[in-house]
Design a protein. Structure first.
Length: 441
């Protein structure tokens, strides 16, 4: 058994014992009460999942195994001195629960390099789609084609013992994680670069090689990909992509099927498509104002116009956070270091100065601050990646780090099939009249 898998299982055995003790001693304690509005309004605020890899703190933003993004930028190993953290290090942290050393990260990189071969039939399947198909459609089709490689599926059909579910899931997760950059880059080159493809560079790290295969050789862009992949990797378990992956995985669907489900959720306008909506909104503002660099006053007028039309300012507001998203701040610091004079990036910073006070003045917005999507597009455009329909694919490759690490934990802890109780509105009305009890089963 390879070192990474052995460390994961050792850690999992300890956690599994701890969880059993917690359930035995405290299993009947109530965490909270569910309100009728929560049932009807997307189950917001209902604690009903365990996700070991990350936790969303309303004041500090996402914490990965207890570490904030600024702490990770300081503590995780890097490809170059003074650079951005390697995503492989974050994956190790989420999987093992401990900060990795440089050798640990190098080991993960090596594992992913060895597992990165994508069979030709996967590319043939993607090629059967029209080039005009949305990149996320092509991405999910590629993942589903790759599902035929699933070790979990093959071993389950062969009568695998329950105690080995985690082992096959672990291998599938690493295989999938290793191959996603190749599939994503193939789609990018197919759709936007006339199908002229670039072979992988086996000497590069996971994110650096991804950037290389897309055709970007500027090493500061490689650094952006390392940062991007790290800060988008996970966002605890209740978001659509993470929850969908977990839910489908709870039915013992293999990691390929489970992750494909998560990516179909990520493709929704209220989830992963938000990052492309931000850059579209900025381009539309420039076009309608007939100015490349709008002043703060012009931005403020356009923001008010957007709000008066019953629309939202994309990239602002978050269901949980009550301060500027640290992921936004990390990207802003990257911009100040690598592109302080970029016109588009400066527009993003001016929007940041303008929007929160306007939203606060409405008196209805709990969080007027920017989230991660408010900045990412501008950084990508600076390097020439103007194909904003592809941005969600980048998000998806990154999110694989978190949801696949979580799926390994789901299986090693033998978490059960997820099956919440649902009710009808008629039963709710009877309950309100004292004629029915709807909270059973």
């Amino acid at each position: 058994m390879e070192v990474l898998k052995e460390r994961f299982k050792t850690k999992a055995d300890l956690v599994s014992t701890e969880i059993k003790d917690i359930i035995k001693e405290h299993g009947n304690r109530k965490i909270g009460e569910v309100t009728l509005s929560q049932i009807y309004q997307g189950m917001r605020g209902i604690t009903g999942l365990v996700t070991e890899t990350s936790l969303l703190d309303a004041n500090e933003g996402i914490r990965f195994r207890g570490y904030s993004i600024p702490e990770l930028q300081a503590k995780l190993p890097k490809a170059i001195d003074g650079g951005e953290p390697l995503p492989e290090g974050l994956f190790y942290l989420m999987l093992i629960g401990e900060l990795p050393e440089k050798d640990d990260v190098a080991r993960v990189t090596s594992i992913l390099q060895r597992r990165s071969h994508v069979p030709n039939y996967v590319f043939d399947t993607i090629e059967s789609l029209p080039v005009s198909a949305h990149p996320m459609t092509q991405f999910v089709v590629g993942i589903m084609a790759l599902q035929t490689e699933s070790q979990f599926s093959k071993k389950y059909q062969g009568g695998m013992n329950k105690k080995d579910y985690w082992d096959a899931t672990f291998d599938d997760a690493l295989d999938l994680l290793a191959r996603l950059p190749r599939i994503a880059a193939y789609i990018y080159r197919r759709k936007y670069k006339e199908g002229v493809h670039i072979q992988p560079n086996g000497l590069l790290d996971w994110a650096g090689n991804f950037a290389h295969m897309m055709g970007y050789e500027d090493e500061s862009f490689w650094e952006l990909m390392r940062l991007y992949m790290t800060i988008h990797a996970d966002h605890e378990g209740g978001n659509v992509s993470a929850h969908a992956t977990h839910l489908v995985g709870s039915a013992l669907s293999d990691p390929f099927l489970s992750f494909a489900a998560g990516m179909n959720g990520l493709a929704g306008p209220l989830h992963g498509l938000a990052n492309q909506e931000v850059i579209k909104w900025i381009f539309e503002m420039q076009e309608q104002l007939s100015v490349e660099n709008p002043s703060k006053e012009q931005i403020a007028d356009y923001v008010r116009k957007t709000l008066s039309e019953g629309k939202v300012v994309p990239g602002y507001g978050h269901a949980v956070l009550r301060k500027t998203d640290p992921r936004f701040t990390a990207q802003m610091e990257f911009g100040k270091k690598h592109m302080p004079d970029s016109p588009l990036v400066n527009i993003v910073w001016n929007i940041y100065d303008v929007v929160p006070p306007i939203l606060q003045s409405l008196g209805k917005v709990k969080n007027p601050w920017p989230n991660v999507d408010a900045h990412s597009g501008a950084l990508l455009v600076h390097y020439g990646m103007v194909e904003y329909e592809f941005y969600t694919v980048l998000f998806g490759v990154s999110r694989a780090l978190g949801v696949l690490a979580s799926l390994c934990w789901d299986r090693v802890l033998s978490l059960p099939l997820e099956r919440p109780k649902s009710v009808t509105t008629e039963s709710v009305k009877l309950w309100l009249q004292g004629k029915d009890e709807i909270w059973g089963e």
